[in-house]
Design a protein around this ligand. Structure first.
Ligand code: FAD
Length: 491
């Protein structure tokens, strides 16, 4: 098959890519998505669970790459979880048709309106809260756990203990919506259907229950007949041609990572939705290798969304800890955002190890006071990140404050089991920014210095949004693509 004169190519099938594909296909446009990861639904290979990492657990690695306790050796396979290692931070990302939606915890959190306004002063917040956020919650099939099920289900002891302890320490808690179908989970619990969240499935994929993008936006886009998804197609570099169209150099690989074919695609319109790190790699590498034009703001205003992991050991050891059986889907959070001294939000995270490890795990989301910067190293052909302990020092202070207060009220110690000194400053699940809306792009994601290139993914958000980011990424993508279509950018 020839791939010359393709009207629209989207690189990446995560949130930004899936939204763009659906809206363009609905508008009658023919679209190709190039995705470096595998189409798992088509391949028919089951996802593995946390206790037995298999094919899906890592992107071409010899060892599993969960944030902690990796004892499993692997045969390299194009799995769904990848980790990008930098000097002071490790960044986890999803690979496969559905991008990060395949690996993430499904927490579907709408940001606080006041913080959204602070981060995006130029956007019409009212329109986002009345239209785009409700729209994406519906498309993503966001739902909330039934309180009685939560109260009674032994798999949510970690949430009940976490909330009880937070209240005792004087913190406010909140229920967290999710894209995992809680009606399905109730059936799992009653053994009426195969188990997924209750069978330690999450970061290596969920075989059932979770409404990842392949079940929502991408499925709808495919149903229009206008979308073609080419999986295991990794874009290496992009070139801008004299007529302002683009040529993509692409490697098709097999599931062991071996090269199957080198391909060249030519397209008039190009949308970069390769995720924050993927999009920055493509732009900066192409710039270094073929002089691809990049605006001076590219790489700037990057952040880890204030991600900071911490944990506590021996939570109520006498009463049985946090439970041997745990659902992988988080439903509780601690909201300390309005505290001017220590503003943070934290997920009460599960730690389903198959036994009661009497450890409570928390993923804090803080403000990002000091942003980082992404650049490109031509010698080893990889991204570099200007980011070190100074960027996370306030986050650490918040984590210290949180753990001290929790331990004082409830007993327990900082968890040395999970992290060095009990703090995971270097764990990042939410890389954001580097191609910020209105700075490196116009107000709708069209890249400056280009006529036919758009960026629609997490890199548009300036490093922070105060909560788990995919609801915001999806809403911003909806807003941008709607306006780009109205402006006849894809006519
Ligand atoms: P992505 O979803 O990252 O998609 C980018 C896609 O582009 C990927 O499929 C990638 O394979 C592909 N790609 C990259 N480079 C290339 C290339 N050169 N050629 C072809 N394809 C390419 N967020 C939440 O809101 N709630 C959560 O509960 C949550 N939990 C998380 C848990 C984990 C373990 C992780 C890692 C993340 C979690 N996140 C969560 C974050 C969320 O998943 C991401 O913010 C989101 O997926 C980013 O969306 P995106 O559209 O920017 O790109």
């Amino acid at each position: 098959k020839e791939y010359n004169d393709v009207p629209i190519i989207i690189i990446g099938s995560g949130y930004g890519g899936a939204v763009s594909a659906l809206r363009l296909c609905e508008a009658g446009k023919k679209v190709i998505i190039l995705e470096m990861g595998l189409n798992w639904e088509k391949a028919g290979i089951p996802f593995s669970n946390l206790l037995k990492p298999g094919k899906s657990s890592a992107w071409l690695k010899k060892k599993s790459i969960a944030p902690f306790m990796n004892i499993f050796s692997l045969t390299p396979f194009t799995g769904i979880l990848d980790r990008l290692d930098f000097d002071h931070i490790n960044i986890w990302v999803g690979r496969g048709v559905g991008g990060g939606s395949l690996v993430n915890g499904g927490m579907a959190v709408t940001p606080k309106e006041s913080y959204f306004k602070e981060v995006f002063p130029d956007l019409d917040a009212e329109k986002f809260y009345n239209h785009y956020f409700p729209l994406v919650r519906e498309e993503l099939k966001v739902n909330v756990i039934d309180e009685q099920f939560l109260e009674e289900c032994p798999y949510y002891k970690f949430t009940r203990v976490g909330e009880e302890e937070a209240h005792k320490a004087g913190f406010k808690t909140m229920r967290v919506p999710n894209v995992y179908d809680f009606k399905y989970m109730e059936k799992e619990f009653r053994n009426e259907v195969p188990r997924s969240a209750l069978n330690t499935e999450v970061i290596y994929g969920n075989n059932y229950g979770k409404n990842s993008l392949d079940k929502t936006y991408l499925r709808k886009a495919l149903e229009t007949g206008n979308l073609e998804i080419l999986d295991l197609h990794r874009v290496q570099t992009i070139q801008m041609n004299d007529d302002k169209s683009y040529t993509l150099h692409v490697q098709q690989i097999d599931t062991s990572g071996a090269l199957v074919a080198q391909k060249v695609f030519n397209c008039k319109k190009l949308i970069l939705s390769a995720g924050t790190m993927g999009t920055l790699q493509l732009l900066l590498q192409s710039h270094a290798e073929n002089g691809f034009p990049v605006h001076e703001k590219i790489g700037k205003n990057w952040g880890n969304n204030g991600n900071f992991m911490t944990g506590r050991n021996w939570v109520k050891p006498l009463s049985g800890g946090t439970g041997a059986k745990q659902s992988t889907i988080p439903v509780g959070g601690i909201d300390n955002w309005d505290d001017p001294e220590h503003p943070f939000f934290t997920e009460i995270a599960p730690l389903p190890m198959g036994m009661d490890v009497a450890t409570a795990l928390y993923l804090l989301i803080n403000r990002v006071d000091k942003k980082g910067e992404v650049a490109y190293n031509t010698t080893n052909k990889s991204l570099t990140l200007n980011w070190n302990e100074s960027n996370t020092s306030k986050m650490k202070e918040n984590a210290q404050y949180f753990i001290r207060k929790m331990n004082k009220a409830n007993g327990g110690t900082r968890s040395h089991l999970l992290f060095n000194n009990g703090f995971g400053a270097d764990i990042c699940y939410h890389p954001l920014g580097g191609c910020v809306l209105g700075e490196a792009t116009n107000e709708y994601g069209k890249l400056k210095d280009h006529e036919n290139l758009y960026v629609l993914d997490g890199s548009l958000i300036p490093g922070t949004i105060g909560v788990n980011p995919f609801v915001t990424i999806t809403a911003i993508a909806e807003y941008c693509i709607e306006n780009l279509i109205v402006q006849n950018e894809f006519a």
